[in-house]
Design a protein around this ligand. Structure first.
Ligand code: KIV
Ligand code: ZN
Length: 391
């Protein structure tokens, strides 16, 4: 693996599917996993096998079908979880067990009613047990975002010694600022003995809208895996959005970080996940929202028509969107109207455009958005119509 390569660990089918009302059946999960594999994700977290017979079946079916990606199953630091995950992953070409335990004071005190030393013991025991089934074991320190760095480093050191190959540092509650999360990763890189034997992984939640920024700070500071979901779906405010981190790394090549993702599949992938889960994607969602490449104000439209780069930093084709949209509303100017009229077959002179534009404004004031058939009607009812068609 080159040091510039950031692994993409997709957890749409595990953390993403925890969204209320978004449960998928095995067939739907297999279809999504197949597309994720073609998309080029490095790891597919297929589920939490011990949680239900249905989830076990899905992880097993995905393991049988996936050709390239590593297939991963989540567990707690509980022997039976690990044994069941190993069973579900039997047929995977590349299998990973993802085990872990809460490490923040709040988790240790309230969830486990335990103490720091006992938590390290449980973590080590779980990793060793997972290691008896598979070589590739990822350890998560749940609530690492609120775990003090010194203790977190001790946990990491112990689980690396026990055989963990990937260390997941989740900001489970989405609390960290990007500078804090980045500093945490840097601290672990600099203070954990044996850290070069493991990959640090970012797993950020979006409670304060910082999941993407935190993951990017994580990789800038030395992490080499990002855990994310399509459309950023997930518990509460969701997880880091896959399409966002991938495009940030692509659009900022000077960071010298890249992924194996075929970005032209991003839009289709987003549609597949939102249709399968019945969860709509907000129109202003970065990269894949319906308005991500739509321009509606006159000033922006004029700039776009003259040069796309004036208002777009991504070529829509790079993410699988056919073309940018010039939306006609009462805020649009003559340039946008001429552009859209040309699209539906009318080449207007400057004088004709002045007249058609006046007619357009009275239509647009009554309607939210002007579509192609409205444009025909606007032109047909303008004073210069005969002149336009006889030209
Ligand atoms: O957010 C989190 O801490 C998790 C772990 C179970 C990996 O999803
Ligand atoms: Zn999570």
């Amino acid at each position: 693996m080159s040091d510039s390569n950031v692994k993409i660990f997709d957890t749409t089918l595990r953390d993403g599917e925890q969204v209320p009302g978004c449960k998928l059946n095995t067939d739907q999960k297999v279809i999504i996993a197949e597309q994720l594999d073609i998309l080029g994700v490095d790891v597919i977290e297929a589920g939490f096998p011990v949680s239900s017979p249905g989830d076990f079946k899905s992880v097993e079916a995905i393991s049988k079908m996936v050709k390239n990606a590593t297939v991963c199953g989540l567990t707690r630091s509980v022997e039976n979880d690990i044994k069941v995950a190993a069973e579900a992953l039997t047929y995977a070409k590349h299998a990973r067990i993802h085990t872990g335990i809460g490490t923040s004071d709040s988790h240790i005190k309230h969830k486990f009613k335990s103490n720091k030393e006992a938590i390290i013991e449980r973590a080590v025991k779980a990793v060793k047990y997972a290691k008896s089934f598979v070589e590739d074991v990822e350890f998560y320190a749940e609530d690492a975002g609120r775990t003090d760095n010194e203790y977190l480093a001790r946990v990491c050191e112990a689980v690396i010694k026990a055989g963990a190959t990937v260390l997941n540092i989740p900001d489970t509650t989405g609390y960290c600022l990007p500078s804090e999360y980045g500093a945490k990763i840097k601290y672990l890189k600099e203070n954990v003995r044996g850290i070069d034997k493991a990959v640090l992984s970012c797993h950020c939640h979006n409670d304060l809208g910082l999941a993407t920024a935190n993951s990017i700070e994580g990789v800038i500071n030395g992490a080499r895996q990002i855990e994310c979901t399509i459309n950023g779906i997930g518990e509460r405010a969701g997880n880091t959005a896959l399409e966002e981190v991938v495009m940030i790394l692509k659009q900022h090549p000077y960071l010298e970080l890249d992924t194996n993702i075929n970005t032209s599949m991003l839009y289709g992938m987003s549609q597949l996940v939102s249709d399968s889960m019945g969860i709509y994607t907000q129109p202003n969602k970065a990269i894949v929202g319906a308005n991500a490449f739509a321009h509606s104000s006159g000033i922006h439209q004029d700039g776009m028509i003259k040069n796309r780069g004036t208002y777009e930093i991504i070529n829509p084709k790079d993410v699988g969107v056919t073309e940018s949209a010039i939306i006609l509303t009462a805020r649009s100017g003559r340039a946008a109207l001429a552009y859209r009229a040309k699209h539906v077959g009318y080449e207007l002179t400057k004088i004709q455009l002045d007249d058609v534009y006046a007619n357009f404004l009275s239509f647009a004031d009554k309607k939210k958005e002007i579509n192609d058939s409205d444009i025909h009607q606007i032109i047909e009812t303008s004073k210069v119509y005969q002149q336009i068609i006889s030209a």
